[in-house]
Ligand binder design. Structure first.
Ligand code: SAM
Length: 259
């Protein structure tokens, strides 16, 4: 390809290390039976590795300047879609992937959380294997009591099981970012918690964490939840801080309040 003009605003930090690219495919347990969704093809290095491990790859890329180069790779089992993935509905994105698919991607860092939240709601996604900033990975896998524990950790635990597969040095990216990254694998386990409206639960968790230093009671009162509703909860729960509850405990509290 002729010289590419790297666009920081799109989070363009590319990888080309062949061992790392194969390792990411292994972390995602990608096999020849799999349909894979990639967000952010870049120069197509991960796309090329995925295409040799998977049955079919659908890859989104916002930067149309990369179109000519990506098309010239001639990857027969890859479909490139150019545009902002956030502008597409899940139904449009998943066209052709309805039988179930894995996401494997070196995500653009500026929209990591919106992408995760958008896709966790999908009924067709079975796992996400994503490169994210190391600090985001620590928030994703954090458990109750941990300083990194918060809305992201709880919502991911609500939908599945997350683990860090490997830490990736910033030196393996071009251009080199200021922080290290990590590969996180999230196995989606749908319907872990029955009787919970996902949107309502998300809003409940956001209000429970609106101020970390406050007790659950103060945060919920502040969010407009009435004292008489809170009377359904035992006083010892109300005096704890939000970061002290596991996802199952939050579900229990949610069901007592709204179930
Ligand atoms: N997969 C390539 C690699 O590993 O070398 C590139 C990864 S780079 C971290 C992220 C890529 O996502 C960039 O190519 C960027 O242009 C693209 N991107 C950024 N925002 C996007 C969006 N909203 N929709 C689709 N692609 C996006």
């Amino acid at each position: 390809m002729t010289q590419h003009n790297f666009k920081k605003k799109f989070g363009q930090n590319f990888i080309s290390d062949k061992n790392l690219l194969d390792a990411i495919c292994d972390d995602g347990e990608v096999t020849k039976d799999d349909l894979v969704l990639e967000i952010g093809a870049g120069m197509g290095s991960l796309t090329t590795a995925l295409s040799s491990h998977a049955k079919k790859v659908k890859s989104f890329e916002i930067d149309r300047d990369l179109k000519e180069h990506l098309s010239s790779l001639n990857l027969p089992n890859v479909e490139f879609v150019f545009g902002d993935v956030m502008d597409f509905t899940l139904k449009q994105i998943e066209n052709g992937l309805e039988d179930g698919y894995k996401m494997v991607a070196n995500l653009p860092y500026y929209i990591t959380s919106p992408i995760i939240f958008k896709f966790l709601k999908s009924d067709n996604l079975t796992s996400l294997t994503i490169m994210v900033q190391k600090e985001v990975a620590q928030r994703i896998i954090a458990k109750e009591g941990d300083k990194n524990y918060g809305v992201l950790s709880i919502m991911i635990a609500f939908y599945g099981n997350a683990q860090i597969k490997r830490i990736v040095s910033r030196k393996l990216f071009y251009p080199q970012p200021n922080v290290d990254s990590a590969i996180v694998n999230i196995k989606v386990e749908r319907d872990r918690f029955e009787g919970v409206d996902e949107e309502k639960f998300y809003k409940f968790i956001c209000s429970a964490f609106s101020m970390r230093r406050k007790t659950l009671k103060n945060n919920l009162l502040q969010s407009g939840l009435l004292q008489e509703c809170l009377a359904r909860l035992s006083p010892d729960l109300l005096t704890k801080r939000p970061e002290e509850f596991s996802v199952s405990q939050f579900v229990e509290i949610y069901l007592k309040l709204f179930g």
